[in-house]
Design a protein around this ligand. Structure first.
Ligand code: ZN
Length: 199
């Protein structure tokens, strides 16, 4: 019956226990080099006031940061389903139809942003904002490079064709749509939210 002696405390370490051991981590004081607890707000040796390390500062309850992050997350999600280019005969096309992996990546970034918002880790919104920003830059780049490539190909293959001008006009009429603006606003809000703090 020896196994009955296992204490329930040892069997199930609580999150409080985890937090407690984190706060017991020791670090050198930046002023006097004395050993201090990471959770200390001032040094017991020299009295220097200590700023908590940024690792422990991820939580940010600034209502403006949370609001900017929430609107940014909504904009990113809505923008994924809004037309970002219009193509003759087909009309407005959203990013999921244009480039499915880019659309899915945007939705994943929006989902991560939502999790960071629930955890009040608005600093981490910088990474989802930056990711969506890079994706938008890539979309702009591929839009302009595909367009000029198509015009070049038509110039070579249809030089003597009477349909040359019609084909050219069709490609020229491929335009960016307002959905791209929503995506830009969304990623800009996520990045700004990561910089907003209470102090
Ligand atoms: Zn000190």
């Amino acid at each position: 019956m020896g196994y009955k002696t296992i204490s329930p405390k040892l069997a199930r370490p609580s999150s409080n226990h985890f937090r407690q051991s984190l706060s017991q981590l020791l670090a050198p004081c930046p002023t006097c080099n004395g050993t201090i607890s990471l959770s200390a707000s001032f040094c017991p040796h020299c009295g220097a006031i200590l700023q908590q390390s940024s690792m422990f500062q991820v939580n940010n309850k600034s209502p403006f940061a949370l609001l900017a992050g929430a609107i940014g997350t909504i904009a990113l999600t809505v923008g994924t389903f809004c037309p970002i280019v219009s193509i003759p005969l087909l009309g407005g096309i959203n990013i999921l139809h244009l480039n499915d992996w880019a659309g899915i990546t945007l939705l994943i970034l929006a989902a991560f942003s939502l999790v960071f918002l629930f955890l009040q880790m608005t600093r981490c919104l910088f990474y989802t904002g930056l990711g969506s920003c890079l994706l938008i830059v890539y979309l702009f780049y591929s839009y302009y490079s595909e367009k000029s490539k198509a015009i070049e190909e038509i110039g070579q293959e249809m030089a003597d064709s009477p349909f040359h001008n019609i084909a050219n006009a069709a490609i020229e009429s491929v335009q960016l749509e307002w959905g791209i603006g929503i995506l830009i606003v969304g990623s800009a809000l996520l990045i700004s939210a990561s910089f907003i703090t209470d102090n």
